[in-house]
Every structure is written in C-alpha cells, then in structure tokens.
Ligand binder design. Structure first.
Ligand code: MTE
Ligand code: HPA
Ligand code: MOS
Length: 782
C-alpha cells in the first residue's frame, strides 16, 4: 500500500534482522493465526476462579446501602469483597491520591461505572450474573458533567500551570489584526482489541504472580503489593504482550490486577479478571476532551505576534496522569510555530466522569489541534492559503525564531525542508488550483485540501521516568535471551530491541528471543509510553550487549594472546587472528574458560530538565517531525465526507525497522483520523456513558483507509542526538498527522463562503457537525 524510501545502511555482510532491516514483527504470524497468547488465552492453573466487578449506577452521590446477600448466595460464587476487605492501601492513585480501589458504604461515588464490590466465582458467566443481584442505594449529589461547569466552579483535580513569554497584553494590543475563538476537542476511547485483563496466581510466603495486560508492570507490582500490604519483593508482574494499549493500560490496568490479587489471596486460588467491552468502556479512562479559548494577534502576512491561550482538559474525577497530560498539551500548543508574546494557561478540570488517562499523544494532540485551528482562522482572515500561513509561522533556522515558549531551542529543525519536500511530492499547489476550480463548478460536493506539520517532543516530561534496564543471557549453544523493561503492545518494540542486539553481537535475529517483560528480571521500570520504548530500552539492551561483546573480546585477547583488533565480529562468526569460530562455538569456549555470559544494561536519557516554577527548560531530548497532506470531498447537503488521498512524509531518523515504522505511521494516522472524525463519546444527562461498544462508538474500519495513501520516511535524516543508532521515536507522533484531515474538511466547508469565513468545527467532525458547519456558513455568507 505504501511507497517508502529509507536511508540505506551500509551494505557489507550483515546478520539477518540487524538494525535498519524491515523485518517482520516477531509475533506477526501468531497475531494473524490466533496463536499469540493473551491473558485470557493462558493455560490457567486448575481451580482458577473468575472475578467480576459491580459498578455504580450514578455519577455522584453517597452509597447509603449495599446489600450483597443475593450476590453471595448466587450459584458458583466463592467470594465477595468490598472496601472493608482490602488488606492494605485502598487508594491506588498512580501519582496523586484520588482513585479508591473500591467505593464502600457511606463513601462517595464520583462517576457512573465506579467499582463498588468484586466477586470471584467458578465461571465467568456465574461471576457476571452474580454482580447483577446487588441492591445498592444512594443519596444523590449534583454531578458536574462538563468542562464549562467545572471551569466556572474552579473545580480542579490539580492546580493550574502557566507558561509565558514576553508581554502578551502589549503584543495583542499592538498587533494589526486580532481574532478570538473557542473550540471543543473531543475525547477518545482506546478500543484496544484485548480488554483489560489480569490473572493472579498466589505464591508461597504470601507472594503473588500477576499476569497483566499492562504498559506498566512495575507500577502494577507496587500497587498489588500495597493493596495486599506486602513488600514489593513478594509480587512479580509478567507481561508477554498486550492486544493493544494506546495509553489505556499505562495506569488503568492496575485496578483489575489489584482486585484479582486480593481475591486470589483470600481464596488461595488463581483468579482471573477480564472486563467485558461495555464495562471496560464505562470503568476505564479515555483521552481527555479539551476546551480551548484563544485571543491571537497577527500581521498582514499571517504571522502570529501574540497569543493568549487557555487550555482546559476534562480530567474526570481524579488526577491520574492529568498533570503531565495537560502539561504536554501546553508544551505542544505551539505545534511547529514560533509564538513571540504568549501566555498559556492549562487547567485540569474535575468532572463526575471516569478519570481520563493516557492516549497516544498524551495531551499533545489536543494542544496541536488548538493551534492549528488558530492558523486556519488566520488564513481565512488574511485570505491566504493556510499552507502559506503555516510556513510564515514555522520555527526558523535563524536564532531569533527557534526557541519554544518554554525555552527549548529547536536544534534539528527539519520541518521547513520536510514541508517543502511534501509540498512537491504531493503536488500541493497544482491540486489546490484544481480543487478551487472544482469547487467553483460544484454547489453540492466540495473538496478540501490541507497540509499540516507535526513536531512532537520525545521524552517523558516527568524526568525520572526516562530510564530503562535490560538483561541479556547468552547460552552455550549461542542462542540468546533478551529481556528489558519495555512492554510489547503491538508496536514492535521486542522486534526492534532484538535487532539492536543482533547488530551489536552480529548474530542473526533468529538466535535471539525476547522473553516476557517481568519485574523479577528487570526491576524498577518505567511505563512503556511517551514513544520512548525503543529509545531507552534499545539503549539499555545495547549497553548489556556491549558488555558481553567486550568480555568476549577480552577473553579472546587473553586466551589467544592477540591484540583487540585481531578479534573481529562478523555475522554469526568471531575470528581471532586467522582462526574462525562460529558464534556458538566461541561462546561455548568462553563458558568453559569461566567467562560470564550474562549482563545487565542500563540507560538514562541525558540533557533533559524542566523547572515547573519558571515553566522553562529542556523537557525533550529531541523532537520527532512529520507532515501530511489530506484531500477530502464533502457533501454539503448531508455532511458526509470521504478522505480521498493522503500523502505523508515522516522523520524517523535512521529507522531501526522501516516496515514497522511505516506500520506505526499508517496505524497512528488512521487512529488520529478516527479521533477527529467519527469517534464520538456521548454521556446522557445522568452522566452515563451511552457509547459503550463498537455499534455506537465508530472507530475507523479497513474500508476507511484512504484509497490513495502514500507514506514516505524522510531520507538521510539521522537523529542529531546520539539516540539508538540515530533513530527517532515513532509511536505517537503519526497520530497527529491526521489533523490535516480535519483541516481539509474545514477547507472544504470554507469554500462555501469563498474562503472568506472560518467555519467553526468542533472535533470529532462527524457528518452531523460538518452539515451544521455548512449551514452556519451559508447563513453567515448571506
Ligand atoms: N502501536 C500498537 N500496535 N499498539 C499500541 O497499543 N501504543 C502507542 C504506540 N503505538 C500502541 C502502538 C503508544 S500510546 C505509545 S506511547 C507507543 O506505541 C509505545 O511504544 P514505543 O515507545 O515502543 O513506541
Ligand atoms: N508521556 C506518556 N506517559 C507519561 C508521560 C509522558 O510524557 N509522563 C508520565 N507518563
Ligand atoms: Mo502512550 S499515550 O505514551 O502510552
């Protein structure tokens, strides 16, 4: 489907699966044949019980009675737990408190779908039937369900944060042109194919082995230990793979592991807890919806002079990761543009809805949509092509305009060149002309075109998370086991890190097996998130491989009395002077000479810091970049639309694996397109989520793939920083390439009023919203 080019690695003899080769994902065949094992497919121990949860049916109120007698008596039920049965800590808030494992009698329910009790039964069906028999009564409290209400009441889960540069009041006052506006940005359900699931197996001495579909095994370990009231060394979390996560299992996998662990401890049996889709959607967090309000001053060339921006994230009922998520929205509210005088306020609004959490981009996409809306508004008001407004505002190579509003210098600024390249390869200008001609001739169907850039900061904005560990074992037959702190969620991390080891030790990747991520192999790990998985775990694995390579080299020197340059690693072979050994024979020899063939590796990202007091620093090691051009056709009488063609140029540095990177770009783009177009979350007046399955929550299907979909990896663009083989992170950035679809839809709508007016179009731009935008523009134009 995609055409791509990549910067070729040197073509000397290389092991198969070395860095830069577009080899297949280690589980690809198992994914498609159904052999890949997820939590629910595991061989569970004999006597395993099935757990399920009872959820609140109001958004806000006090639990005044909880009658569980019928639940306890239901067929197959072995145990029932409430808040009083938690042996240890009750609050499982990952960073700040606020997330009770269970809400008990006389406690306050804070959202519709909050867990009140859990049962363990002999079958999944028995457990699910039993929870329906509970009789719960509540004293109702008024529920706050919207960002506006929460903002008005200044009801926040965390204090606001501000980023400023220059004098925004003065800048706005002196700007020749000025615009104000407001935008609603919708949330998004992660819709991982494998729902939240955990299997807990009790171990001796009060220990617990937890199999969990989680991006964060270490946090799962810590919280399971805390709720059980035991030391961390009693708990091991094992994660072989997730059937997708997308941020939804960064913190929201913990609760299910903790509940299953308590039931396993009490019953002495293994306990599995798997949420059904509807309950998964009700009870776990989503992407934050946002409200943005802006006041922008600019000149006749469309250049922004001053921006006063308010970003308010709808956090739901608890802090969870919202501090970092709204921070990331603020960090990305410049997207790729230099903002001279600027003031950005970030609010974390509390509402009586499920606590929102990480989702690919982690707030960044929302900040970027806010600024891209402003750019389009400027284009309409200056009658410029939006691409020219974008170019006029880009961070430039010159020193005056290359520092972000939080003080980080844009050091490797590839976007001006990348955008020029994409403008050429996508034939932007000629297509702009023919679209104008088409729109002049057609009254019902209208076409739109947009090119939007992405600049995404790579690193956890929480500094201490930017570390990783690895563990490497070489066995006497030359085969290798690799383990690291990163988790596999489909993104290809295990494949990429194995490629790093194949490269360093010069062995075919077939000899390397990456084993399940486990807290007893590599401890104290960070979540696999912030797109940093291969950056940091790749480096840790490289460190371990280098240690083993150095030991083998040193051994060769001593054993064969040669100098270091006489020892050469070539694919699957090690030569010492004129003697040649297979890798397997050589490590076997080393073993017999008592050389350690196992090593740990460690990495921490250099250079990064951010001072929240002064709202300045270098939070990101580097930026990942890309741009996309989307063309759409809309039906102005029905609001329906089609994405006709998409061209992407994306910078992954020296790709570790171009096939996997292209997959991430395509998948990320489609997921972003779903967020901005068809995926709409809806709650009723009681705060009950009404979109609880794929029938009402419309994710893109394969048929929504643009019929023309060109993806190019930017050639010859090694990372200027010394990242793993000069690659760049790819997991999240491509999601934001989809902003061009939304911008193109608005471009098509704007053609109704001859591009003079800026159509208001909140996201997701569903056909209903597109139709309303068309009608509003028709009215306004008359
Ligand atoms: N790709 C697949 N197939 N499944 C996923 O769950 N998650 C995304 C991205 N790509 C995800 C994915 C998110 S939110 C992140 S942060 C990164 O992968 C995490 O992996 P990485 O750091 O190894 O890129
Ligand atoms: N990205 C993703 N996850 C995170 C981050 C981040 O910046 N900070 C803490 N968790
Ligand atoms: Mo990704 S949202 O950082 O898990």
């Amino acid at each position: 489907m995609s055409k791509y080019k990549t910067s070729a690695m040197p073509q000397a003899a290389r092991p198969s699966g070395a860095v830069g080769q577009g080899i297949v994902h280690e589980s690809a065949a198992k994914h498609v044949s159904g052999e890949a094992v997820y939590i629910d497919d595991m061989m569970a121990p004999a006597g395993t019980l099935h757990a399920y949860v009872g959820l609140s049916t109001i958004a806000h109120g006090v639990v005044s009675s909880m009658s569980l007698a019928a639940v306890r008596k239901a067929p197959g039920v072995v145990d029932v737990i409430t808040r009083d049965d938690v042996p240890g800590v009750i609050d499982i808030g990952p960073v700040f408190p606020g997330d009770p494992l269970l809400v008990g009698l006389d406690n306050t329910v804070e959202f519709h779908g909050q867990v009140l009790f859990a049962v363990a039964a002999t079958s999944y069906a028995a457990a699910r039937r039993a929870v329906q028999l509970a009789k719960i009564e509540y004293t109702h409290l008024p529920a706050c369900l919207s960002i506006e209400e929460g903002l008005e009441a200044e009801s926040f889960v965390r204090p606001p944060h501000y980023q400023r540069r220059g004098d925004v009041k003065q800048g706005l006052a002196s700007a020749p042109r000025r615009l104000q506006g407001e935008l609603q940005i919708g949330g998004q359900e992660q819709m991982y194919l494998e729902g939240q699931a955990s299997l807990c197996v009790p171990d001796e001495d009060g220990g617990m082995l937890v199999y969990s579909s989680t991006q964060n095994p270490t946090e799962g370990q810590k919280l399971v230990a805390e709720v059980l009231g035991v030391d961390l060394h009693k708990v091991t979390v094992d994660t072989r793979r997730m059937g997708g996560a997308f941020g939804g299992k960064e913190t929201h996998a913990n609760q299910w592991a903790c509940l299953a662990a308590i039931l396993a401890r009490r019953t002495g049996r293994a306990v599995k807890l798997r949420l059904a889709r509807g309950d998964d959607m009700r009870a776990t967090g989503k992407r934050h919806h946002f409200l943005s309000r802006f006041d922008v001053g600019f000149n006749d060339l469309g250049q922004i002079q001053a921006l006063d921006l308010m970003l308010a994230g709808g956090c739901g009922m608890s802090p969870d990761l919202s501090d970092a998520i709204v921070d990331r929205a603020m960090f990305h509210s410049d997207n790729a543009y230099y903002l001279p005088d600027v003031a950005i306020a970030g609010h974390r609004v509390k509402t009586n809805t499920v606590s929102n959490t990480a989702f690919r981009g982690f707030g960044g996409p929302q900040g970027m949509v806010a600024i891209e809306d402003i750019i389009d508004a400027i284009a309409r008001s200056t009658a410029m092509d939006p691409l020219d407004v974008r170019k006029a505002n880009l961070y430039s190579i010159e020193e005056q305009r290359n520092v972000t509003h939080y003080g980080q210098t844009i050091e490797q600024n590839v976007l001006p060149m990348l955008i020029d390249r994409l403008e050429e390869t996508s034939d932007y200008r000629a297509r702009r002309e023919s679209i104008r001609a088409f729109n002049a001739e057609n009254t019902v169907l209208k076409k739109g075109l947009a090119l939007t850039p992405v600049k995404f900061g790579i690193s956890f904005t929480v500094q201490h998370l930017n570390q990783a560990g690895a563990l490497l074992h070489v066995f006497t037959d030359g085969s290798i086991q690799l383990n690291h702190g990163g988790t596999e969620m489909g993104q290809g991390l295990y494949t990429k890190v194995a490629q790093v080891v194949a490269e360093e030790l010069q062995v075919d990747i077939a000899h390397i097996r990456c084993t399940a991520t486990r807290t007893d192999k590599v401890p104290n790990t960070s979540p696999t998130a912030a797109s940093s998985g291969s950056d940091i775990n790749g480096m840790a694995a490289l460190d371990a491989a280098k240690k083993i390579r150095a030991r083998l080299t040193q051994f060769a020197c001593e054993h064969f009395k040669v100098s270091e340059d006489a020892v050469v690693f070539s694919p699957n072979q090690i030569s010492v002077g004129d003697q040649m050994f297979s890798f397997a024979d050589f490590v076997n020899l080393a073993y017999h000479q008592r050389i350690s063939l196992s090593a740990t590796g460690f990495y921490r990202t250099p250079k990064i810091h951010y001072d929240r007091e002064t709202a300045s620093g270098r939070p990101f090691y580097y930026f990942a970049n890309g741009a996309s051009v989307s063309e759409v056709t809309i039906d102005t009488l029905s609001g329906e639309y089609r994405v006709e063609r998409v061209d992407i140029c994306h910078d992954v540095g020296n790709s570790l694996n171009p096939a996997i990177d292209i997959g991430q770009i395509e998948g990320g783009f489609i997921q972003g397109m779903g967020w901005l177009t068809s995926e709409e979350l809806a709650w009723d007046n009681e705060g009950r989520l009404t979109t609880v399955g794929p029938a009402t929550y419309k994710i893109p299907a394969i048929g929504d793939t643009p019929p023309i979909f060109h993806v190019e990896l930017l050639p010859d663009s090694p990372n200027a920083e010394a990242t793993i083989f000069r690659s760049k992170a790819v997991g999240e950035p491509p999601l934001m390439l989809a902003i061009s679809v939304w911008s193109a839809i608005r471009d098509a709508v704007a053609s109704i009023a001859d591009y003079r007016l800026h159509p208001a179009l909140d996201t997701p731009a569903t056909p209903e919203r597109v139709l309303m935008a068309c009608e509003a523009l028709r009215r306004e134009a008359h």
